[in-house]
Design a protein around this ligand. Sequence first.
Ligand code: ATP
Ligand code: MG
Length: 313
Amino acid sequence: MKKIFTLGEIVVEIMANQKGQLFTQDGIWKGPFASGAPAIFIDQVAKLGEQAAMISCVGNDGFGELNIKKLQSDGVDISNISIINDQTTGSAFVTYHEDGSRDFIFNIKNSACACINEEMVSQNILQDCDHLHIMGSSLFSKTIFNTAKKAIDIVKQNNGTISFDPNIRKEILHSPGVKDALLFILKQTDIFLPSESEVTLLTNTDNEKQAIDYYLNNGISSIVVKKGNKGASYYSRKEFFDISPHLVKEIDPTGAGDCFGGAYIALIHRGLTPRTALTYANACGAIAVTQQGPMQGTSTLEQIEKFMQQEKN
Ligand code: ATP
Ligand code: MG
């Protein structure tokens, strides 16, 4: 069976206990939770029963162990996750505002994640890979960008496909080189998975339709736009459709997009139609926001089907 790979950051997430809680004040913090956008994505792929592997680094510490155990128990191949003795596992602190927006403090660039390098990627490591997923949040250094480039080259040479979720946090967008890196990956992309606010971000237009046309005319075969509590939209040269959202009580939105993306790519990989894959992904994203902790929101096929069935009744 062919494998879906991703590469990028593994972190723990530590979240504010209350909405409106500030980074500058005393407060109660919850966690650590297993996290990192590509890690959540690949955990969701494995939970749906597709072969899944991740290339990453963690420190030789409890935060790394927590993540590795979670990924491994959910079925992710962790043999390409290195444990770096003199580095600590990455972390992200998150606080939520009353209007639903979030602020993050990331410790990624100076963590074990920064040790991800080109030597961790080879024809041999990627021999079973027929799909590679890249998160924009992972392109935080030249070295990791070069690693992603090398992996893309190998997967494309082997006739594999690439999916890309820009997953741009305002905290990293203006870091040197990040925008150029995102544009480069976009050119290699087959399946593009932006949030609604990211649809036009990497084009010269503010018009969503023009941006979609541009992508479809420049090598991208399908685009899935994630719209939070408004559901999602699908675009290809052949068809366009919207998927209505499920009505759920939002507990923790972080990670919903990654669960959604993991479910969509896993089910497309399995050979389902875009409409069916998207129906499951939409439910998977909705379930994710009802769970506290980003990677706690990943679901099995049975859980997604049970949720969809309950909605029908
Ligand atoms: P993030 O900001 O974490 O990167 P994202 O923009 O990548 O998130 P979202 O659009 O928030 O992703 O969520 C992905 C999908 O999950 C949505 O397209 C939708 O299908 C589902 N979803 C997310 N939030 C909700 C919600 N509150 N109610 C119902 N479904 C939701
Ligand atoms: Mg996202």
